[in-house]
Ligand binder design. Structure first.
Ligand code: SAM
Length: 405
């Protein structure tokens, strides 16, 4: 069987070549490269306490083993069957968190990713005794895989990071490369949750007269080291007579400033951000937690939290109340500067990433509405066995699909 039709091309040849379609893949590639070089593990699983290279490699890989075990159990429980365990394809494999776990269950696995750094790290972390091949693919298709070649197509937290038409293109490819009677397990968001972005919003900013807020700091550490990150929890009440409605054009967030207590100067005007809920009615109170970062200079600071409508105004400028607390910022201790909680296994791939951590550009989120997924799957003669919902700011589904034939 001829599995690979096309040799790998470089990003620039593939993405900017004459006549290449504008798919947004170039931007996607650049964002993931930057993410991978900053912290390839946190780029995959972005948990607040694991920021800045704080994942232990073993703990990180164990999450992949657990997730693959759960997903395969669920597929079988929903009535799914695989024709064999010859070949699995992990689309958007990252550093191989899930690919490795598939490698323990399939004779052969192909992990595919757009980012060369992700793939390079995946190769360094590869588990011995498994037949796993990592491929860089910067095409909007999977044309290096033959029709009907794959026993199981697997993809988690990947389709959500590309514009919907691009994700739909890959979904069609999944249905092309899967064997007759094979399986597909993939996750993709469908639509925003109303609590995050109401469908009936009009995208007008909150009016001047409605920016009446009461903001209280509920918790923040009283002592932090310079540059340290911590959670700030704030309660906000809408004191106006109009609802505050979240907007895509002018997002409503909680933000914070750092004021130096010695001289009253603003040391950092824009620090952390935490999203406000989709709608906050008059008189209603919400609680928002977000990450803050201590200023680079030691001293006694006042941290101020306020509602901000991005591109419009801070609410305190129109009569809102800021919430505040005092925080002492101390010199960093040496072991902190050396990198917290970092497992020695990072040394395996340290030369592949940036020498030190710096905030990478954020990745975007997109969805494919569930009816479109259902339509596409059915049109290819396949059947959705289960669509397990997971609600955060999005309604997201993990689909278990049985290919026809
Ligand atoms: C959040 S990570 C998830 C990694 C892996 N699926 C896991 O759960 O451990 C998303 C991955 O998708 C990759 N990716 C994004 N767009 C892609 C594309 N068009 N083709 C292949 N991989 C892509 C990124 O480089 C990144 O490694």
């Amino acid at each position: 069987m001829r599995m690979f039709r096309r040799a790998r091309q470089t990003a620039r040849q593939t993405l900017q070549g004459p006549g290449s379609p504008r798919t947004g893949l170039e931007e996607i590639h650049d964002v993931w490269e930057a993410q991978a070089r900053a912290d390839p593990l946190w780029a995959v699983l972005s948990e607040t306490e694991k920021r800045e290279r704080a994942w232990s490699v073993n703990e990180f890989l164990q999450t992949g083993e657990d997730q693959v075990a759960r997903a395969l159990d669920r597929f079988l429980e929903a009535g799914g069957r695989l024709p064999d365990h010859e070949l699995a394809l992990d689309f958007g494999c990252g550093v191989g968190r899930l690919t490795q776990a598939l490698g323990r269950r399939f004779q052969r696995v192909i992990g595919v990713d757009v980012s060369e750094t992700m793939v390079a790290v995946a190769k360094r972390l590869a588990a011995p005794g498994t037949d796993v091949q990592y491929v860089i693919n910067q095409q909007p298709d999977l044309s290096f895989v033959d029709d009907g070649a794959v026993s199981l197509v697997f993809s988690m937290i990947t389709l959500q990071h590309m514009p919907t038409p691009v994700a739909l293109g890959y979904l069609r490819e999944f249905l092309r490369v899967v064997k007759p009677g094979g399986g597909l397990i993939f996750q993709v968001p469908s639509h925003y949750a109303d609590s995050y972005l109401p469908a009936d919003r009009d995208d007008e900013p909150v009016s001047d007269t409605a920016r009446r807020s009461e903001t209280r700091v509920l918790s923040v550490p009283t002592v932090l080291q310079v540059g340290a990150r911590a959670d700030l929890t704030v309660a906000v009440t809408n004191l106006s007579d109009q609802p505050w409605v979240q907007s895509t054009k002018y997002p409503l967030n909680l933000g914070n400033h750092w004021i130096n207590q010695d001289d009253g100067t603003v040391s950092m005007h824009d620090d952390g951000r935490g999203r406000m809920p989709g709608r906050l009615h008059p008189g209603e109170t919400t609680r928002v937690t977000f990450t803050i970062q201590a200023p680079p200079t030691p001293g006694l600071y006042r941290i101020e939290a306020d509602v901000v409508q991005e591109g419009c105004a801070w609410f305190a400028s129109s009569g809102g109340d800021v919430g505040y607390a005092e925080v002492s910022v101390l010199e960093a201790q040496e072991e902190e500067a050396a990198g917290k909680g970092r497992s020695s296994q990072w040394t395996i791939f340290e030369d592949l990433i940036a020498p030190s951590w710096a905030e990478p550009p954020p990745f975007a989120m997109y969805g494919i509405p569930r009816p479109e997924v259902e339509q596409l799957v059915t049109a290819h003669g396949a059947r959705i066995l289960a669509a397990d919902e997971w609600i955060t700011e999005w309604h997201s589904y993990t689909y278990a699909v049985q290919a026809g034939g």
